[in-house]
Design a protein around this ligand. Structure first.
Ligand SMILES: Cc1cc2nc3c(=O)[nH]c(=O)nc-3n(C[C@H](O)[C@H](O)[C@H](O)COP(=O)(O)OP(=O)(O)OC[C@H]3O[C@@H](n4cnc5c(N)ncnc54)[C@H](O)[C@@H]3O)c2cc1C
Length: 459
């Protein structure tokens, strides 16, 4: 292995690494992928929905060849109480003219193996069961990698080795993410016959849906934080994940698998997965909040792509940003090879190429969303009880209207909007809530006068 100098070593055969290797091989460069798993995908976890935005530009006929499960036709959202559930407005699209569909559920163990093979078929070399342990340096720049099987040299190394990236750490490009920038996701794959999935989720064969539940988790410390549980329909199984930010888990003192087990017992979820059998149990970290500093994505002889660089979109989706950043990294390597310059200055072209992939703006938005998300998490953690009270009042609790200080809209404003909204949103809404409450009080008082008069007449 030792003496040959490759144009590029890609560390990791996930979506970022395989996209990079595919692009490099198509551009005629000498590229090697190193993957620690016995086969690509073996170590990889995703809730299960593949965003095909970039994939369709790389492999336009992917939908005819890739191992896909179901095409997603809608999202459904719920807020979970202990034994209650609040359904949020949801949209399902049954149109069949979006072809190929935009989102698919996949198993990463199958998809990653297929995608890496596309890169190999294009001319990349793949070494599996090869753990990269360190980087090789020459004259202050990265010049290759050290693996348990030997050293390997290259003009540029692309770190596409996921959230706990060895390349990021050893190159000194980025520090490990802080606890509020990563969540722990635990995931179960539950076998359920296709007909039962279609029946329970109102689907036709081949159609899938994502169901998102949010609620609060509290533990022995008394701290309350929010969690998300998601359900994804596969062909003949359902994937169920629970995600809790690491800082929330630490503050609550509850292990994530307990949170998942508690969600499974919720009456609504229990009905959806009744009779299902556990096939697999997984856990993985997911990064949040986009790339904090774009300058940390490239150095002398080294680039970071995908989760290794912390690429996500505003919803924490990583499959498509990782493929886009992988492709941009490959194009940066091609540029450097043509120039014969592998310095940080030359590789800075990566930023322009990321911009062409619309990744720079996406990272800025993801960063902003992450700051907002922290506030939303607090709102979810503090206010589900208000939401349930409003919902109960809206649906059936009309008889006890006297007990409430505000109209329904007044209560929604005071418990949900007022504590969090900035003044320019608060003031007009406060006026509307006040007028609505006055109108409601007048109606309530006149109704009670009529009731009193009727009672007296009756006596
Ligand atoms: C539980 C979970 C659910 C998710 N759900 C979704 C979803 O529904 N939709 C979505 O779009 N995104 C989702 N994501 C995010 C998405 O999975 C990631 O953003 C995406 O996989 C990142 O791709 P990547 O190639 O950068 O890294 P990875 O997919 O992590 O791939 C990294 C690869 O590098 C290999 N590797 C690591 N270290 C080394 C080493 N030292 N030497 C050699 N090889 C190494 C690994 O084995 C792996 O194959 C989810 C993430 C998690 C954890």
């Amino acid at each position: 292995m030792a003496e040959h100098i490759h144009d590029c070593i890609v560390v990791g055969a996930g979506p970022a690494g395989s996209a990079a290797a595919l692009q490099l091989a198509r551009d005629g460069l000498d590229v090697v992928i190193l993957e620690r798993g016995n086969r690509p995908g073996e170590k990889n976890v995703m809730s299960g929905v593949l965003f095909t935005d970039k994939l369709r530009t790389l492999i336009p006929d992917f939908h005819e060849r890739a191992p896909l499960q179901r095409a997603i036709i809608g999202y459904e959202g719920y807020i979970l109480g202990e034994d209650e559930l609040l359904r949020l407005p949801a949209l399902r699209r049954y149109r069949e003219d979006v072809h190929p569909p935009h989102l698919f559920t996949v198993f990463r163990s199958q998809f990653d193996a297929w995608f890496a093979q596309e890169a190999v078929d294009a001319g990349a070399e793949l070494f599996t069961a090869t753990l990269v342990e360190d980087l090789l340096w020459q004259n202050g720049r990265v010049a290759g990698v050290r693996t348990a099987r030997g050293d390997l040299r290259a003009r540029v190394v692309i770190g596409a080795d996921g959230v706990n990236s060895t390349v990021a750490e050893k190159s000194g490009l980025r520090a490990p993410p802080s606890p509020d920038e990563v969540s722990l996701i635990v995931r179960e794959i539950l076998d359920l016959p296709a007909e039962q999935i279609e029946d329970r989720f109102t689907l036709r064969p081949g159609e899938g849906v994502i169901t998102l539940f949010t609620g609060t988790v509290s533990g022995p410390t008394g701290y309350q934080g929010s969690f998300y549980t998601e359900m994804y329909t596969n062909r003949d199984s359902v994937s169920m994940t629970t995600e809790v930010p690491i800082d929330v888990l630490l503050a609550c003192g509850v292990p994530a698998y307990d949170v998942l087990a508690a969600r499974e017992r919720h009456p609504h979820i229990a009905r959806l997965i009744r009779g299902a059998t556990l096939r697999e149990y997984q856990a993985h970290l997911i990064p949040w909040g986009g790339v904090p500093d774009l300058g940390c994505l490239y150095g002398d002889g080294v680039l970071l792509a995908g989760d290794a660089g912390k690429f996500t979109n505003t919803y924490g989706v990583g499959s498509w940003p990782s493929m886009s950043s992988g492709t941009a990294a490959a194009r940066a390597v091609k540029y450097a090879c043509e120039k014969g310059d592998f310095s940080r200055d030359a590789l800075a072209v990566y930023l322009e190429l990321l911009d062409e992939e619309e990744m720079v703006e996406m990272q800025r938005e993801a960063r902003e969303e992450w700051a907002d998300e922290r506030r939303q998490r607090e709102i979810v953690a503090q206010r589900p009880e208000h939401l349930f009270r409003i919902a109960r009042r809206y649906y059936r609790d009309r008889v006890s209207e006297e007990k409430h200080p505000y109209s329904l809209w007044g209560e929604a404003y005071h418990s949900l909007v007022k504590p969090v909204a900035p003044w320019y949103i608060r003031w007009p809404l406060e006026l509307i809530a006040w007028i609505d409450t006055l109108r409601w009080r007048r109606q309530r008082d006149s109704a009670s006068t009529v009731r009193q008069a009727a009672n007296e007449e009756g006596r």
